[in-house]
Design a protein around this ligand. Structure first.
Ligand SMILES: [Zn+2]
Length: 277
């Protein structure tokens, strides 16, 4: 499942290839993915230019020209991939599970999603903050609003396990299961510790570790980008850098104690009992 680093990789691959280009055709092969697609409204963007490609949580936002500054919201769901064909002379054949495509001169953006949990929507800039998919989201991990002080304040009185707390998108977006385990390891915090018992120092380390593991994953994802924009179904490229995730019974790289696995909030969790008291 694409996580924040994969989506950021997609965003950074698309931005230089789409910004300044004019949308000249939109074709849908179905009218819904996870939810209905506003096909007519999106087709009405034809003739507008792409002004910016940004990201909010795991949504890629493509801003078009026009007085209302319309944003296309793209979510990859569980298995979605975006491909950008360049130097296209004639319409490429449709791939298996390709659901929509958009033409930008000699470039074609194509969306392929076997499981169809992805989403495509359109929203004017003024309404983005209230969009039902975005309204409840906490700060971005790289934003100034996400700080040690913020984590400390939000965790007061909370009995929920630290790892479950960090994976709550209302607290901070983009900290998936793998990254939450890794961040707890780097911060020296046991994932099961009640969030309300985090000290200021722990929050400082956690905020720093979350940014660190996500930045490393984004850097690794960036290296897989070649002539297409896409994400793979697994996170293999990041696997070698994982310190605890998926390493049950292997010796901890710092102290040699066997890594332990447990289930927290129905998700598998890994920690070093010595390094993470
Ligand atoms: Zn250890």
């Amino acid at each position: 499942m694409p996580e924040l680093p994969e989506v950021e990789t997609v965003r950074s691959g698309l931005a230089p290839r789409l910004v300044g280009r004019r949308l000249d055709s939109v074709t849908f092969r179905r009218e819904d993915l996870r939810w209905p697609i506003p096909c007519d409204a999106i087709a009405g963007l034809a003739g507008s230019d792409v002004e910016e490609v940004s990201r909010r949580s795991k949504y890629v936002l493509v801003r078009f020209s026009g007085p209302s500054r319309p944003h296309l919201l793209i979510h990859l769901g569980m298995s979605g991939r975006l491909f950008l064909d360049e130097d296209v002379r004639e319409d490429p054949e449709w791939r298996l599970h390709e659901h929509w495509r958009m033409g930008f001169g000699d470039r074609v953006l194509r969306y392929v999603d076997p499981r169809r949990f992805g989403a495509l929507d359109l929203c004017e800039e003024a309404d983005l903050g209230e969009h039902p998919l975005l309204a409840h989201l906490g700060p971005e991990p790289f934003a100034d609003a996400f700080s040690a002080e913020y984590l400390f304040e939000r965790s007061r009185g909370r009995k929920v396990a630290t790892k479950v707390f960090l994976m709550d998108a209302k607290i901070v977006v983009g900290v998936g299961n793998i990254y939450a385990s890794e961040a707890c390891f780097h911060a020296g915090v046991r994932p099961s510790r009640p969030a309300g018992r985090l000290r200021r120092m722990d929050c400082e380390r956690l905020a720093e570790s979350i940014r660190g593991v996500l930045a490393a994953a984004i850097a690794a994802g960036g290296t897989t980008l070649r002539d297409y924009v896409g994400v793979t179904e697994d996170t293999g490229y990041f696997q070698r850098e994982l310190r605890v995730y998926g390493r049950a019974d292997e010796p901890c790289g710092v102290c040699g104690t066997p890594i332990r696995s447990a289930v927290l909030g129905q998700r598998s969790t890994f920690h070093c009992p010595t390094c993470q008291p």
